[in-house]
Design a protein around this ligand. Structure first.
Ligand SMILES: *[C@@H]1O[C@H](CO)[C@@H](O)[C@H](O)[C@H]1NC(C)=O
Ligand SMILES: *[C@@H]1O[C@H](CO)[C@@H](O)[C@H](O)[C@H]1NC(C)=O
Ligand SMILES: *[C@@H]1O[C@H](CO)[C@@H](O)[C@H](O)[C@H]1NC(C)=O
Length: 270
């Protein structure tokens, strides 16, 4: 098993490879636009993870080929993947950033339907009609769990953006202070004020209670975090995620599933 510090450059390498795959068309555009300066083409201003979110974006950002590998024509429903986690648990951070996020980049929302439930081993008690929470890693963790719950709520129609912000936070050196920069980088349209309003108010309180209910009603009950549930079944081996999703997906086999999934997972991890 490689040490945790060795994972980080390799996970970054995978992301880099994904970016490089899009590079030739970028270079082509730069080259072309020299000869045709009188036509102004629409400029690709979306963050990379949005280039495949619509046909228009893929045209403007010149990634139709890369995106077609992610788009599925079939009616098969995506495989449900639920992650029950807490924001300051190192195992949760590494699973989300080094396994779940890269797997999602490879498969996309059409193959994987991810539900993130920040609560984990926290406890709740009801005091005069509002809930108070106690978290395994202290008050900071409760606050960050709540912030991520509100990010997911405020971006409920845009899971990709929510996931990118959450991955940015959990992969940061300092999770506690990462929110503002992650929002500026990926979702400048969402303000920290809106998130804090949700996090400190009744909406956040009731959303966190829903997280508690979902976590406490798991069957079988969770015994540790991160607790991963794929199609209602607990996944014991986190590094089997890609293989499991590939096996369960009923639609046309995604390209990445045709390759040896176990060796791709190894490439992600080591
Ligand atoms: C994704 O999962 C959620 C929660 O289980 C569900 O409500 C939603 O309908 C699913 N979306 C798709 C496209 O299957
Ligand atoms: C609950 O509400 C009652 C009446 O409003 C108050 O006396 C009591 O101190 C409150 N308890 C807590 C823990 O806030
Ligand atoms: C896939 O890769 C693993 C490990 O790299 C290897 O043990 C296995 O035989 C391969 N399977 C196939 C079908 O090629």
């Amino acid at each position: 098993m490689a040490s945790a510090t060795a994972w980080v450059p390799l996970a970054s390498l995978l992301l880099l490879l994904l970016l490089v795959a899009g590079a030739p068309s970028q270079a082509g555009r730069l080259h072309l636009s020299h000869g045709r300066s009188q036509h102004t083409k629409p400029v690709c201003t979306q963050p990379v993870y949005n280039w495949c979110s619509s046909w228009e974006n893929s045209q403007i950002c010149e990634t139709p080929k890369e995106c077609s590998a992610l788009w599925r024509n079939s009616d098969a429903p995506p495989v449900s993947v639920k992650l029950f986690y807490e924001t300051l648990c190192p195992g949760c951070r590494s699973f989300l950033s080094m396994m779940l996020f890269p797997t999602w980049l490879l498969l996309g929302n059409d193959v994987m339907n991810i539900t993130l439930v920040p609560f984990g081993n926290a406890q709740e008690t009801s005091v005069n009609g509002t809930w108070t929470f106690t978290c395994q890693h202290g008050e900071d963790e409760c606050e960050i769990n709540m912030i991520q719950t509100c990010v997911l709520y405020l971006l409920q129609d845009d899971f990709s953006s929510a996931f990118v912000v959450i991955n940015c936070m959990l992969s940061s050196y300092n999770v506690e202070t990462s929110l503002n920069l992650c929002l500026k980088l990926y979702t400048p349209f969402l303000s920290e004020d809106d998130i804090m309003k949700c996090a400190k108010g009744p909406i956040g309180n009731s959303l966190m209670h829903q997280n508690a209910m979902m976590t406490n009603h798991l069957s079988p009950p969770h015994t540790y975090t991160p607790w991963i549930v794929v199609e209602e079944k607990h996944l014991e081996n986190p590094s089997g995620l890609l293989t499991m999703v590939c096996q369960l997906y009923q639609g046309e086999m995604p390209e990445v599933c045709k390759r040896n999934a176990s060796s791709i997972t190894k490439q992600i991890l080591y």
